[in-house]
Design a protein around this ligand. Structure first.
Ligand code: TPP
Length: 344
């Protein structure tokens, strides 16, 4: 929370004054936005397009800890995790609505920091903020974002559609966001005991950024289009690789063999996992928040994708009766368990 600026209480501005102030920098960038903030609902003209809508809720103490997450980063990340769901449909996000519930501990200036992050993400991803709601909360901050995107009927990709011989592919690398979170939690515990201790974060910029300022795979729909590939199924990795594989398999009615040695991981992820005595594959399988895309393609598309540096083939789908298995580095196949992150 900024110390330099004068602090205004939310009650001084009132709900509508607050909305005006928080959204004063919003600009409309897309032709399809006929009506933005100000009416009962946004009006979007999509003509021959398919509209895709997704909502996510983030709650203080459950999804984020403001002891080490700056509000500007939180705003940015809240947008990214939502629009990641739109890219996961092979669609392009165009508009978002943002609803917040805030307790009295937040000043207007603190909320402006949150919206500065939201606006920054809207700039980066070319998305319009077109509506939302604000209300009070007794327990801290709650952020709900709805993302709206557009796609073409022929190229929208769902979780169902994978066939038993398809290849399983992933973008980027996995486990980094989880190891970044472990590092921040550890240093936060140290801080609570001794606030004068300097946090030991040096050398871990990548995994910290993966946790604090993740990016959505904006580039993927265009790359797939260029390669002439329409995935047979797709999902984004928010809860961890294992539970996302489960979703694809369940929705498609297939099984899967995932190869441990193929799962891409960054060196910082591996290093931090070693410091925490965690097997790095566990961070990739169960950590979550990587916001990479996991998808299946027809075996016929193998030649198109095999040399593309954006994607890694990590396994293949099987008949459902063969189950969902992890082929370990030692060569044994063990049933994969969906131990993705949950809120308990
Ligand atoms: N606790 C704190 C304080 N910070 C975190 N970043 C996490 C836990 C980890 N975490 C927060 S959201 C999330 C994870 C792993 C991903 C899954 O969130 P969920 O609400 O299940 O998203 P959905 O699958 O509904 O999109």
């Amino acid at each position: 929370m900024s110390k330099e600026r004068n602090q205004t209480s939310v009650s001084e501005l009132g709900e509508f004054g607050l909305i005006d102030r928080l959204t004063k920098d919003v600009e409309i960038k897309n032709e399809s936005t006929i009506e933005g903030i100000g009416d009962d609902a946004a009006v979007l003209d999509y003509k021959d397009k398919q509209v895709v809508v997704s909502t996510d809720l983030l709650t203080e103490g459950i999804h984020f800890n403001l002891m080490y997450v700056p509000l500007k980063h939180l705003g940015y990340k809240a947008v990214v995790v939502n629009i990641s769901d739109i890219y996961a449909m092979n669609a392009i996000p165009k508009q978002i609505t943002v609803s917040i519930a805030v307790s009295g501990k937040f000043s207007v200036e603190a909320l402006e920091d949150l919206y500065a992050g939201i606006n920054l993400a809207c700039e980066k991803y070319n998305v319009d903020l077109v509506g939302g709601d604000t209300t009070s909360s007794l327990t801290g901050l709650v952020i709900s974002i709805t993302a709206i995107g557009e796609g073409q009927k022929e190229t929208i990709v769902k979780r169902a559609g994978a066939k038993p011989t398809d290849l399983l592919c992933v973008t980027g690398d996995l486990g980094g966001a989880y190891m970044g979170l472990q590092l921040l939690e550890r240093e936060n515990e140290v801080f609570k005991v001794n606030p004068k201790m300097q946090p030991k974060l040096a050398g871990y910029d990548y995994i910290l950024e993966r946790q604090l300022k993740p990016e959505a795979r904006q580039d993927v729909p265009a790359i797939l289009k260029k390669l002439g590939i329409v995935p047979t199924s797709m999902i984004d990795i928010s809860d961890g690789l294992s539970s996302e594989i489960m979703h694809l398999c369940k929705n498609s009615g297939v099984g899967c063999s995932l190869f441990e040695d193929k799962v891409p991981m960054d060196n910082q992820t591996k290093q931090m996992a070693e410091e925490f005595s965690i097997n790095p594959i566990v961070a990739a399988l169960n950590g979550g928040e990587d916001y990479e895309l996991l998808f299946t393609i027809s075996l016929d598309d193998y030649e198109k994708i095999k040399n593309d540096p954006d994607f890694t083939i990590i396994g293949h789908m099987t008949e459902a009766s063969e189950g969902i298995n992890l082929v370990t580095n030692a060569g044994s196949a063990i049933p994969l368990e969906a131990q993705g992150w949950n809120h308990d």
